[in-house]
Design a protein. Structure first.
Length: 96
């Protein structure tokens, strides 16, 4: 499967561009990652969305991270992956 470019994830919201990435190949999946601006700050959201009038809207379930938090998350990901494997998880395929 070919990688999509960033523009294919671009969404216009209130005159601002944001980027929305589904966490599944299923188009109807509710969990999404969104990178957007709010009150002048860039935020990274992992959130469950809901569909209303053919538009995906953010739900209450989720978390918003500032860029500083996202940097720390990236730094911790190798340890998180190691912990998943240590607990018996398999990161090499789609199984859990």
């Amino acid at each position: 499967m070919a990688e999509k470019g960033l523009d294919s994830y671009s969404v216009q919201e209130k005159k601002e561009t944001s980027y929305v990435f589904p966490l599944s190949d299923d188009e109807k999946a509710k969990k999404r990652i969104q990178v957007h601006k709010f009150k002048g700050k860039i935020l990274f959201d992992i959130r469950e969305l809901y569909c209303k009038d053919d538009e995906w809207l953010p739900g209450k379930k989720g978390i918003s991270l500032r860029v500083e938090d996202f940097k720390k998350l990236k730094e911790l990901m190798p340890l998180v992956e190691e912990a998943i494997v240590a607990l018996g998880g398999n990161l090499d395929d789609d199984s859990e």
